[in-house]
Design a protein. Structure first.
Length: 262
């Protein structure tokens, strides 16, 4: 890639372990070309191996779109089933890796998140949504289904009947609908989703890293395993945290404060 060619996925690694990924094709509503999909998969795989990582934010360049999914103009050049299989495997695996990152992943949804873009947002742990944002699994309008995992994630968020209704209608949800359905973690003033996501990420980064990772892993266990197994897993995480420095320091600080107040 030429130095004069704009990067279509921006990676901002901050000193405190926060990484911001920005889909950077605002002139095309941040649609993904195959080249960008490959780059995205590569970056997410590298994040999975980064022990310094504390939080990840995904957003879109400009103020109209988070990501509008795959670039239909380019993808129309790959009509064969095996080509579709390669694309869906590439992004499906990348989003599964994103979902399984040991740290919180926040989508700062700053506009339209349609088709594959909505699937990316659903693969994140938290969604901070501008009041003008729109999210829709509109695949049926193109004779398709979600293929990157969005159908299964939507099902687990909103339940079978709601998910079926949304997919069959290809309905584009407004911010208030996203909040009511529990898809949006927070709805914020237009143009502030990224700043709010950064504020939350900084709060996460200031907490004990081991505790943050344990919180995410125990909740993922609850989503992915039977109740009894998840209970056992949650309990198994507790002893190491009990004797860890973060807990011991917090108890010491509490005791010192109590002594001063006596």
């Amino acid at each position: 890639m030429s130095q004069n060619t704009p990067q279509k996925l921006l990676v901002d690694s901050q000193p405190n372990g926060i990484v911001v990924l920005t889909f950077n094709r605002p002139e095309a509503h941040n649609a993904l070309e195959v080249e960008t999909m490959l780059r995205f998969a590569e970056v997410v795989q590298a994040l999975a191996a980064d022990e310094r990582l504390r939080a990840v934010i995904l957003t879109g360049a400009g103020d109209s779109a988070f990501c509008s999914g795959g670039d239909l103009v380019e993808l129309s050049n790959y009509p064969a089933a095996d080509q579709g299989q390669r694309m869906v495997t590439l992004m499906g695996d990348a989003l599964l890796t994103l979902e399984r990152l040991p740290v919180p992943v926040i989508a700062a949804v700053n506009g339209y998140a349609l088709g594959g873009g909505s699937e990316i947002a659903l693969a994140c742990d938290l969604r901070i949504v501008d009041e003008n944002a729109r999210l829709g699994l509109v695949h049926i309008r193109l004779g398709l289904i979600p293929g990157w995992g969005g159908g299964q994630r939507l099902l687990r968020m909103v339940g079978y009947s709601q998910a079926l209704d949304l997919l069959l209608r290809g309905h584009i949800m407004r911010a208030d609908e996203l909040k009511a359905l529990g898809v949006a973690t927070r709805v914020v003033e237009r143009g502030t989703s990224l700043s709010q996501a950064l504020e939350l990420a900084q709060q996460i980064a200031s907490a004990d890293a081991g505790t943050v990772r344990a919180i995410k892993s125990l909740l993922q266990a609850g989503v992915n395993h039977p109740y009894a197994e998840a209970l056992d897993f949650e309990r198994s995480l507790f002893p190491a945290l009990w004797e860890a420095d973060a807990h011991l320091r917090a108890v010491s600080d509490f005791m010192n404060k109590k002594d001063k107040e006596s």
